[in-house]
Design a protein around this ligand. Structure first.
Ligand code: HSE
Length: 349
């Protein structure tokens, strides 16, 4: 039996309970959720008696080997993650804000304490992408990582096109379906996608990159139904795409709405689905597709990390600091197409 604690019993934390409850094989079916840290109580829940507000109880319990951080935010979530790592506990998270802001420090704390800090669920929800980048692609030179990494904006763009909904109407439904961030500005303005591409680029290039160092982050706020209709006349859809590519010994990273033609697999990515394309110098293009948000898909990724932490399959790795000038300003680079209304869009190739 492996004891774990879940910090934050919301959409993802609750999903982790669900996935563990239905696990049929070792070691996940031998995981015991000993504590759930939350300010709320859950009297009707089967694990309602394990809910606590006392974090000290968790880090002082030597029998807890994995702490699952699904709290959100970058304040308490960061402090608790650091404290757990320093107490010699593996930490698994879905929290991209903490990974983005404190990832390197937490990786270092993990290494110093002989444990791991894992964050597969922080990018692409249920899509396995961080572990493959960290292992399968290690033998190749990664030239480009590109992705539709935000389910909310993809849902909005899909429904603006298929049902002629306004951005506001489609956002409301995306929020009701639980895809959007607490503050949807992060989704709409491309900040959520920026955090995710910064994490992926960091792994692909073995650098710690914060989204704040990305020179061009553009969201979908200015995409209109007219743009979408005009794009359709060219056989294209509009998608919010985050790209990180090697340019010599530097990188060009940007987030922006792109026109996507039918020859790209990204043309078919609809609703809240995500896709990540990785291009290696030997392997060529490899595309990952799946549910990028939602309780169970994200929890599945968290549980994969719990399994890797328990079974010792993951090792601690600290990315190197990103030096000044490494990230190029990509605002002018790439191919652009002008729509019939005069608006210029990047074209995704
Ligand atoms: N708001 C995010 C999205 C949630 O829409 O993709 C998953 O990170």
């Amino acid at each position: 039996m492996t004891n774990i604690a879940i910090l934050g019993f919301g959409t993802v934390g609750g999903g982790v309970y669900e996935v563990i409850s239905r696990a049929s094989k070792k070691p996940l079916n031998e995981v015991n959720i000993k504590y759930i840290l939350d300010l709320r109580s859950f009297p009707e829940h089967p694990l309602g008696d394990r809910v606590t507000t006392d974090f000290e109880k968790i880090i002082n319990d030597e029998s807890v080997s994995v702490v699952v951080e699904t709290m959100g935010g970058d304040g308490v979530a960061y402090k608790f993650s650091l404290a757990a790592l320093k107490a010699g506990k593996n930490v698994v998270t879905s929290n991209k804000a903490v990974v983005d802001k404190y990832g390197r420090e937490l990786e270092e704390a993990a290494r110093e304490n002989g444990v791991v800090y894992l964050y597969e669920a922080s990018v692409g929800g249920g899509i396995p992408i961080i572990a493959p980048l960290n292992s399968c692609f290690m033998g190749d030179d990664i030239l480009r990582v590109a992705g539709i990494l935000n389910g909310t904006t993809n849902y909005i763009l899909t429904h603006m096109q298929s049902e002629g909904k306004s951005l506001e109407e489609a956002l409301k439904t995306a929020q009701e379906l639980g895809y959007a961030e607490a503050d949807p500005h992060a989704d709409l303005a491309g900040l959520d996608a920026a955090r995710k591409i910064a994490i992926l680029a960091g792994i692909a290039l073995d650098k710690y990159i914060s989204y704040e160092s990305i020179p061009h982050i553009e969201g979908i706020e200015n995409v209109t139904s007219e743009d979408i209709a005009l794009a359709e006349q060219l056989g294209c859809v509009i998608r919010l795409i985050a790209v990180a590519e090697r340019v010599g010994d530097k990188a060009r990273i940007l987030v922006a709405p792109h026109l996507v033609g039918k020859d790209s697999l990204f043309h078919a990515i609809r609703e809240a689905f995500n896709a990540v394309s990785v291009t290696g110098s030997a392997v060529g293009e490899v595309v990952f597709y799946g549910q990028g948000a939602g309780s169970l898909p994200t929890a599945a990724a968290v549980c994969g990390d719990i399994e890797r932490a328990i079974s010792g399959k993951a090792s601690a790795h600290v990315r190197t600091q990103c030096e000044d000038g490494f990230i190029l300003d990509g605002s002018e680079g790439g191919k652009f197409i002008t729509l019939a209304n005069g608006k210029k869009y990047r074209y995704f190739e």
